[in-house]
Design a protein around this ligand. Structure first.
Ligand code: NAP
Ligand code: ZN
Length: 366
């Protein structure tokens, strides 16, 4: 059996916000824009403000969201949403502002402690969310996930609920034109890991595979060019690949790479996409034992001959890996085994398998 559902209306193309601002009017009269400092400084905030003014929608801006946002910071944004009694939330930026915006949409109408924020129950319906990505990586604009740094559990924890699928996603690659090189690379590799992990998830269906295949094909064409100057068509390809991969993980979830990667980000401050990218080759090696046909299909979609070429492509983009200690490897693998998404992995890894993945992916120090 296969089910496919995408409740998000995607509006894509240059100037799509200005041309389709009327879509916003259906969501209410007062909006909160949840964004970060750089996320807002690429023409996107100006476009959003113009669109809201055009539709006579009042708005407030919360621009304090930082990378890997915490529960506490998200609550600050939710307090602003409550103080202004807004009707809907606009997430503008990378995955961090988008994920915070989704959690704000929950917290505006529901009084929840930190545990219930992730688990529910949620007595009240959430506010509608509009998502406008300014990075090409997370696909958060088309997923039902919001991932927050959770100091109680010392990891990143997901809220997964159909009510936080954005109602609207506006995709305009112009907003990503000035993304610094390392963020472009890290976020593109996040999209790659979504497409790869989704393709290899126990929840993959014939529908999700179509999206994964198209995303991998676009990434296969784009990734070798990331080191050079990126023009608008290439930026557009990356944004498309990222959204397609988001549609994939909305159906398949992520797998062991993300389960392990969360600790690399939480404890070692390694960017989310980079953390995944460091682990991907060892993960594919691990799955090659039982699922060589699927791994080879991924390599072919990426226009690569073998895993060595895959490793070289990533090494070229990511450079030297960070160091890790034996204690860290034990801790991170134990945490990954408790992450719900590890159960989506085609061959479920044991602690020893995860430690081996970390050993192969990072530089082991004393
Ligand atoms: P991000 O943390 O949102 O942003 C990374 C950096 O890029 C920030 O410093 C940000 O600056 C800057 N930035 C964003 N847009 C820019 C632009 N157009 N020009 C210049 N700088 C810009 O990174 P991300 O990789 O997109 O998101 C990562 C987060 O998403 C993680 O928390 C991850 O767990 C989550 N995630 C969510 C999903 C999902 O389905 N919900 C999936 C995968 C990952 P400012 O902070 O100053 O704005
Ligand atoms: Zn990710």
């Amino acid at each position: 059996m296969a089910i496919f559902s995408l409740p998000t209306k995607i509006i894509a193309g240059e100037n799509c916000l200005a041309q389709h601002s009327a879509e916003l009017a259906a969501l209410g009269k007062k909006a909160l824009i949840v964004t970060g400092k750089s996320s807002a400084r690429n023409g996107s905030l100006q476009d959003v403000q113009q669109a809201l003014t055009q539709e006579k929608i009042a708005y407030t801006v919360f621009d304090q969201i930082t990378s890997n946002p915490s529960i506490e910071l998200t609550r600050q944004a939710a307090d602003v949403a409550k103080a202004h009694d807004v009707d809907f939330i606009i997430g503008l930026g990378g995955g961090s502002p988008l994920d915070s915006a989704k959690a704000v949409a929950i917290l505006k109408t529901n009084d929840l402690d930190d545990t219930a924020l992730f688990s529910g129950p949620y007595p009240q319906p959430f506010l509608p969310v509009v998502a406008i990505p300014t990075t090409s990586g997370t696909g958060s604009e088309v997923t039902q996930y919001s991932i927050l740094s959770n100091s109680h559990l010392e990891t990143k924890t997901s809220i997964a609920h159909p009510g936080i699928f954005p109602k609207l996603a506006f995709l305009d690659a112009r907003y990503t034109l000035a993304l610094p090189k390392h963020i472009t690379i890290n976020t593109a590799i996040d999209a790659l890991s979504h497409a790869v992990e989704g393709y290899l998830s126990v929840k993959a269906t014939e529908f999700s595979q179509i999206f994964a295949e198209k995303s991998l094909a676009l990434l296969g064409e784009s990734l070798p060019h990331l080191a050079g100057d990126l023009d608008l068509p290439l930026r557009d390809s990356l944004l498309q690949a990222s959204t397609l991969a988001g549609i994939v993980i909305a159906h398949t979830g992520t797998t062991a790479v993300h389960s392990l990667g969360y600790s690399l980000t939480y404890f070692k401050n390694i960017d989310h996409g980079r953390a995944n990218g460091l682990l991907l080759t060892a993960y594919l090696e691990f799955l090659s034992t039982e699922h060589l046909d699927k791994v080879n299909a991924i390599l072919a979609l990426l226009q690569l001959k073998n895993l060595d070429e895959f490793a070289a492509l990533l090494q070229n983009l990511l450079g030297a890996a960070e160091t890790i200690t034996a204690d860290e490897m034990a801790l991170f693998s134990a945490k990954a085994l408790k992450a719900p998404n590890i159960n989506n992995t085609l061959t479920k890894p044991a602690a020893a398998d995860l430690i081996l993945m970390l050993q192969k992916s990072l530089t082991v120090s004393a």
